[in-house]
Design a binder for this molecule. Structure first.
Ligand SMILES: [Zn+2]
Ligand SMILES: [Zn+2]
Length: 103
């Protein structure tokens, strides 16, 4: 099967980018099913961004004891975040037997 360069719209910047015949051959060879959705520039940017997020530490205030702490994720709005001490206490407090008794 012959591949020809295709122009695809980039999901991020909206600019058409060229999906080359060589890339298509590689794609087919690997049995990939999801078409590329970003131009190489946006792909590189996204990778860089994700790389930074992987190491991100969010500074938060514990919802229980109020101590400042860092967590290895970005808390979503409205969700309480606890320091590690309070977190393990909460976890221990969630006793399955007690949970059943209150139902
Ligand atoms: Zn782009
Ligand atoms: Zn705490």
């Amino acid at each position: 099967m012959e591949f020809v360069d295709q122009s695809l719209p980039c999901r991020d910047c909206g600019q058409p980018f060229i999906w080359t015949a060589g890339e298509q051959a590689f794609f087919k060879d690997k049995g990939l099913v999801n078409l590329p959705v970003r131009c190489s520039a946006c792909r590189a940017q996204r990778k860089a961004r994700l790389g930074i997020q992987d190491r991100a530490q969010a500074e938060v205030v514990c919802a229980d004891c109020g101590v400042a702490t860092t967590v290895p994720f970005v808390p979503r709005n409205g969700n309480p975040v606890y320091c590690s001490k309070c977190f393990s206490r909460q976890r221990d407090a969630t006793d399955p037997v007690a949970a059943i008794a209150t139902q």
